[in-house]
Design a protein around this ligand. Structure first.
Ligand code: CA2
Length: 148
């Protein structure tokens, strides 16, 4: 199974600021963790991070026909982007939404997720492990699909 892990704006700054919310580990640490988990799970993971909404849309479109699943942390675009929602719907690739923090316990403006309705599930508040859980959900989903 080929999984594309997409991270939105400012997640390249992980470990540099706001360690109380996002931890002390860096974006590279996240890649290393997810890569080794993918190996263990027998999956292949590729990574894309951008601070630009259109580039994220392009990455989702380019995943069509190339990836079996998407793990996406759209960061701030979670709460604003109909374009990301439409892109996920357009490609129809099984997708899990991830948030490092528990957005349910944060500001009102973080309570809406535009992408959620295009996702098979959401993981939040589990730190970097949430990305691994999201991959496991995609693998389970793939198995159930193949059995059906
Ligand atoms: O909890 C998450 O993963 C979020 O998607 C992170 C976004 C935030 O807008 C969402 O509401 C929840 C923000 C990512 C910013 O990342 C930073 C990393 C280091 C330093 C500052 C920001």
């Amino acid at each position: 199974m080929k999984i594309l892990v997409i991270n939105g704006p400012n997640l390249n700054m992980l470990g540099i600021r706001e360690p109380d919310i996002y931890g002390r580990q860096t974006y590279q640490d996240l890649i290393d963790l997810v890569k080794s988990a993918a190996d263990r799970l027998g999956a292949e993971a590729a990574f894309f991070q951008s601070n630009h909404e259109g580039d994220l849309v392009d990455a989702i479109q380019e995943a069509y026909g190339c990836f079996d699943g998407i793990v996406i942390n759209p960061a701030a675009y979670t709460h604003t982007s109909v374009a990301l929602l439409d892109a996920l719907k357009a490609v129809g690739i099984p997708t899990v939404e991830v948030h490092i923090s528990d957005v349910r316990e944060r500001e009102d403006f973080r309570q809406i997720s535009y992408v959620r309705s295009a996702c098979i599930g959401t993981v939040m508040g589990e730190g970097f492990d949430g990305y691994v859980k999201a991959m496991e959900m995609l693998i389970e989903h793939g198995k159930r699909r193949n059995e059906a």
